[in-house]
Design a protein around this ligand. Sequence first.
Ligand code: AHR
Length: 496
Amino acid sequence: MKAKIKADREKIISKIDDRLYGSFIEHLGRAVYNGIYEPTHETADDMGFRQDVMDTIRDMKVPLVRYPGGNFVSGYHWEDGTGDKAKRPKRMELAWSSIETNEVGIDEFQEWAKRVDTEIMMAVNLGTRGPEEAGNLVEYCNSVTDTKYANMRRENGFDKPFGIRTWCLGNEMDGPWQIGHKTPQEYARTACEAAKIMKWTDDSIELVACGSSHLNMETFGEWEETVLREAYDHIDYLSLHNYYGNPDNDTPGYLGCSLDMDSFITQVVAICDKIQKEKNSEKSIHLSFDEWNVWFHSSEQDKKIPKWQVAPPLLEDIYNMEDALVVGCLLNTLIKHSDRVKIACLAQLVNVIAPIMTVNDGKVWLQTIFYPYMYACRYGRGEALKTEVECETYAAGGKEAIPYVDCSMVWNEKEKELTLFAVNRNLEDAVELALEIQGFGEWELREHCLLNHEDMKAVNSPEKPDVVAPKEGSGVMGNTVALEPHSYNMLRFGVK
Ligand code: AHR
């Protein structure tokens, strides 16, 4: 099968915000305890953080990590995770029916974030708590004043503020499963008042208001409009969350699910722009797709996990080859919307629906989805180019026209590097992709990384961690790249 991609140096979607390649660590399952933190592990550092995990995350160059939830945050008392560890309470954690020991809190997590060279995106509890406690947390983290919460931070050993720039106003407050679930009006009022207090405490922060928990929420649309009408002047971003899956084992249809992400983003952008017009405002609201991933493999096994454990193995999806293709397409979609999507978080980072897995007291191993995410983190920085792809389409999963080839291109001026991310959704045939790249002069291939496996259900495991791992692709012949059937490809070109 033949296809063509056209790109032009002059046709740019946007400068990509590095935070587009963010991720997420929640106090859930083995993400924190036995994930990033395991004081008895042979690689544990002076604070109990696993250095094997830290090295992996640092090498990937993850720019931002959302913390501490997720559903967890809606019942969380942030003060529990500060100060003397011996005095911290153990609590019944109601979002995931687990025991929270509070051995790790913001005091430790901000240090972990520094050590892996990432930025924190902090969420506040607007479920069981409200604007006042949210403001107090901003003061604790960011303030230099001689006042109660900034002094509490100093007493806990942190003279310098943490300087957290990006904040979420609660989590999935539209969801009936959420602790402290709210109607659109209730949330809009609370978020607006929390936003005012938080920005009065530190006017340099940026705020993300909750949008819908997924595209099919009953309140989708009404929720966004109500929140924007109420809080427009006080917020900077509106969030989107969505998880994808293949429960019916319809692989061709599943591979097209990035079209749903595309449609979700387009619809939310339209709502933001409608309210901007209504308000006659100069300010555009940008989007934060702060939870996205594949999540369905672990749903049944999770029902059997007993309640009230510390670090139960919850949400441990084991990802296969086709999930890696889907994650590649979802990343392409985010890049193609980088004019409006400024922040996005692959949910999550370690053990919980995660690219990185750990064995308790054992090794780190990488899931199939690690690779497309890692390549985007490393090589997706710069400007997103408009790409015009000419290729055949197919009908599946209720969609009439899914393009066989899904691409995005990024130009990194500093590295003089052009990167092509390309997925071939065709399960049978290779695609000869002709490159028509204008405005860059001469270029040469630096690297073609190929992720593929004959079995779309192939997975990695601690025992066999390299079943699905990147190999060298066949590169470029003339101006054409051969994309193997059902393959993910990352090609870097040096530009003279
Ligand atoms: O990422 C897992 C959960 O998914 C998060 O806690 C919640 O926000 C979402 O429903």
